[in-house]
Design a protein around this ligand. Structure first.
Ligand SMILES: O=C(O)CCC(=O)C(=O)O
Length: 271
């Protein structure tokens, strides 16, 4: 295990692209195009974030045939991309087949190309019938990049404050949220993300896809929110790259100003 150098700030670029339902080869090309474009910006990002289910979209009826076996193809490609470009990649999530099961899985790669962690979505979204086609993950996952502890979640997970609080208690200073969140729930998206940031005094970095797929209209609005609840970056509804810089020293600063974690009464709560 290489000792990681503690780093306090990152330039982040989120890829809020359109995803074509059931067309993994085209989708990889689209994602690659935007990742390359993000790296050409005047300020090179330290970390790229991709949206949810970027390989297949919500082609759930055919997800067993379409899913990446063991995530092998996506993992090899992203690892190589991270290494060749010296950039960390929080690789959104993909439909990934393991044995007879398909999971909605997020993988994280360091700028060395090393795969650091994997998280499979634990709360499956019934409104899109995810639970009929996908299996849910069984663990809560934090990971470490540049000596900082970070938390993994996917889309619907942000409706479960218990998950984010657990991640914060495990030491996470940033919550990553790849998403495929559609209209008409923009108000929920913005409010829930902001609440998760304020109540846990952590950064929230949320990358949402764009485009129309069947009856779902995905609205982008990828966001970076700081631990005080200020919106540092927010995309529009169009495909593109949303960037922002985060300074992790602000997490400790906010936590010392309002000592929520010291004032918790954990022994009085049911959960
Ligand atoms: O919770 C919502 O409103 C959207 C969730 C969602 O689209 C998902 O988890 O894929």
């Amino acid at each position: 295990m290489i000792q990681q150098q503690l780093k306090l700030s990152w330039n982040i670029a989120m890829i809020q692209c359109d995803i074509h339902m059931g067309r993994p080869v085209d989708n990889r090309r689209i994602v690659e195009h935007w990742m390359e474009k993000a790296l050409k910006a005047a300020v090179k990002p330290d970390l790229l974030v991709l949206p949810e289910m970027w390989n297949t979209g919500y082609a759930l009826e055919h997800i067993h045939e379409l899913a990446d076996a063991e995530g092998r193809e996506s993992r090899e490609w992203i690892s190589e991309f991270a290494r060749n470009n010296g950039v960390h990649v929080v690789a959104g999530s993909i439909a990934e087949r393991r044995g007879d099961e398909v999971y909605n899985t997020m993988r994280i790669f360091a700028d060395s190309g090393e795969e650091i962690a994997a998280y499979s979505k634990i709360h499956l979204f019934r409104l899109m019938e995810e639970e009929k086609h996908l299996s849910s993950g069984q663990s809560v996952v934090t990971f470490e990049l540049d000596g900082q502890i970070l938390g993994a979640s996917i889309c619907y997970d942000i409706r479960f404050p218990e998950l984010t609080r657990t991640l914060a208690l495990m030491g996470a200073k940033v919550l990553f949220v790849p998403a495929a969140w559609p209209h008409p729930r923009l108000h929920h998206w913005r409010t829930l993300l902001t609440a998760r940031a304020i109540e846990n005094q952590m950064y929230v970095v949320a990358c949402n896809r764009t485009g129309i797929s069947g009856k779902d209209e995905f609205f982008g609005h990828s966001m970076i929110i700081d631990p005080w609840g200020e919106v540092l970056a927010e995309g529009g509804e169009e495909e593109g790259i949303v960037t922002g810089r985060i300074d992790l020293s602000l997490v400790d600063d906010v936590r010392s100003r309002i000592p929520v974690f010291e004032d918790r009464r954990a022994n009085l709560y049911q959960i």
